[in-house]
Design a protein around this ligand. Structure first.
Ligand code: ARG
Length: 578
């Protein structure tokens, strides 16, 4: 089968039929094979006749009939049927399905192929020094981590980098505030980062003498003054400790080695601007060096600048991001740059990418994608805040998730204390992640504890329970089916579960290629539901005979492996018992 993907296999057969029938060349993907809607009486449908009809100047039904007439797929499907305006409906042959399903048991990747590897550099997490991480950074960390896991599983090389906001003018006031507190750069503990930032800000606004010191401090920092740098490092390290605690709790792959903060790019900024100037891409506007990438205008229709060097000679956010594009493609050989950052920055990234293309840092072999995402809203539909109106601290949020999960798990679980703790953490953190990943990332979503920790519906705890239940069924049989065990799909529910299991490669591919983890979530939920129907209708331990029991055991083992693999690609643990 083509890469373990049933849809692609059918696509290949359709492509061959079209070539034979009408001398039309298409790829298997272009054959537009989709799982058929439930109740259609088919497993897959092919939609290509409609899209080809126009091009070929023939009625879509005629194109569909021609596909059917020339189709060489009797090993895979029953006789296909043309339906509606020109769909071709496919029903998989029982023997073929049985063989494909049985084959999966010996396949560690469950039919998911590896691809031609590329080198990805992915920017995610990316909080700011001396500020608490907020929910936007939570989304970036969760989505970015799922994308990393999906890409690595596909066989790509992935370099993670955490674009820490650790440079720029705010550091003048932050360092002076640190000095006022008696620090000399030899270690210090800031309990409350947000409080620290706000106090510094307040002094900066109220006290001209302080503001003056802060400004001089910025100059000293940029000039590389040692004492100033030591104080700056103290602030950065202190913040990194806070971030590491969140990453640890969250179980994301970001580590101390992945920090490539704004300061990292500082030494390159001069060259970046020079190169843009030399390539004739810049112009001076109000004393600042700007690039005006074509096609970007404000409401008045005036061209929008990307400011690459400010009139005071300083560099800003845009300069640094141009440096990232240049550094990762040119110095690190990355072929794909991913930026997991909230959608409000969409325009910034479009302008950066357009400029990087004009500069030659991005081209057909060096691509950049902004993986944007919406906001997390409170139950009042507004941006998530604490009751006091402040921004929600991530550590608090995650601790609450684990506490709530502990209550949920305690209600049902017969586990001992120690196991229960690990399970509560898997359930609580899983719930937060899954709530974030299971919807289209571009959309906002409402953060609601009850919904994300619900036992029923498309939640991680539902999937975790489903997996634990499958494993308990397997345990009750008392032995595991070995690869090679024949699969028998006599009952409709057995068949439906097998069809679902075989859709894993397509679901993983869609989630990976489109940076759309929610497509994998939907698939996992459907699989868990298919198992539940199967289990209601097809007893495993009490199966009528041993062959049936072993075949059902194969289906159960595969279901558990699909769920556990799927959850792991989302960064969510699947405990054996709950
Ligand atoms: N620190 C920024 C923020 O909190 C996000 C940085 C994203 N990455 C980037 N390369 N611009 O908004």
């Amino acid at each position: 089968m083509l890469g373990g993907d049933v849809g692609l296999e059918l696509g290949l057969r359709v492509a061959n039929a079209l070539k034979a029938a009408l001398d039309v060349e298409i790829t298997p993907v272009e054959a537009l094979i989709r799982p058929a809607a439930p109740g259609r009486g088919a497993d897959y449908q092919c939609n290509v006749a409609m899209s080809l009809a126009k091009r070929l100047g023939r009625p879509p039904r005629e194109v569909a009939e021609a596909i059917v007439a020339h189709l060489d797929a009797a090993d895979v499907v029953e006789r296909p049927e043309v339906a509606g305006p020109g769909f071709v409906n496919f029903t998989l042959r029982r023997e073929w399905l049985e063989a494909q399903t049985a084959r999966l048991l010996g396949d560690a990747r469950l039919g998911v192929p590896t691809v031609e590897p590329r080198r990805f550099a992915i920017d995610y997490g990316s909080p700011n020094v001396a500020k608490e991480m907020h929910v936007g950074h939570l989304r970036s960390s969760i989505i970015g981590d799922a994308v990393v896991r999906l890409l690595e599983f596909a066989g790509h090389e992935v370099i993670r980098h955490n674009h820490l906001g650790d440079w720029g003018t705010p550091f003048g006031m932050l360092i002076e505030h640190l000095v006022d507190q008696g620090s000399t750069g030899a270690g210090h503990s800031i309990g409350d980062l947000n409080g620290f930032y706000q106090e510094a800000r307040k002094k900066f606004d109220a006290d001209p003498e302080f503001a003056d010191r802060a400004r001089r401090r910025v100059v000293a920092l940029q000039g590389g003054d040692e004492t100033t740098l030591a104080l700056w490092r103290e602030l950065v390290e202190e913040s990194e400790r806070h971030f590491a605690a969140v990453y640890e709790l969250l179980g994301v792959k970001l580590t101390a080695d992945d920090y490539y903060g704004e300061s990292f790019y500082n030494p390159f900024l001069g060259e970046v601007v020079e190169e843009l100037e030399a390539k004739g891409l810049t112009s001076i506007s109000d004393g600042a060096v700007c690039v005006f990438p074509p096609g970007f205008t404000n409401r008045e229709g005036e061209p929008l600048p990307l400011i690459v060097r400010k009139s005071d000679g300083g560099y800003g956010y845009a300069s640094t991001d141009l440096a990232t594009a240049r550094y990762w493609t040119r110095d690190r050989g990355a072929t794909d740059l991913l930026y997991v950052v909230g959608s409000p920055q969409a325009q910034h990234f479009k302008m950066v990418f357009a400029t990087a293309e004009a500069a030659g840092w991005l081209d057909d072999d060096h691509r950049a994608v902004h993986i944007g995402f919406g906001s997390i809203l409170g139950e009042d539909g507004k941006v998530l805040r604490t009751r006091a109106g402040g921004s929600v601290k991530l550590v608090d949020l995650l601790r609450e998730a684990v506490d709530r999960a502990t209550a949920v798990v305690a209600e049902r679980s017969k586990l001992d204390e120690a196991r229960r703790e690990a399970v509560s953490r898997a359930v609580g953190i899983g719930a937060v992640k899954y709530a974030d990943l299971s919807g289209d990332r571009e959309k906002d979503y409402v953060f609601a504890w009850d919904r994300m920790l619900a036992m029923e519906g498309n939640t991680s705890v539902y999937l975790q329970y489903a997996n634990a239940r499958v494993l308990s069924v397997v345990a009750r049989v008392g032995r595991e089916a070995e690869p090679g065990t024949p699969v028998l799909l006599a009952e409709a529910a057995e068949r439906a579960l097998a069809v679902k299991i075989l859709q894993l490669p397509a679901a993983v591919a869609a989630a990976t290629e489109e940076y759309a983890p929610h497509k994998l979530c939907t698939y996992l939920y459907e699989t868990a539901v298919a198992f539940s129907t199967f289990y209601e209708n097809c007893p495993v331990v009490q199966a009528p005979d041993d062959d049936t029991r072993m075949s059902r055991l194969v289906l159960a083992q595969l279901t558990s492996r699909v769920l556990a693999l799927g959850l792991s690609l989302l960064g969510i643990d699947a405990p054996n018992q709950l």
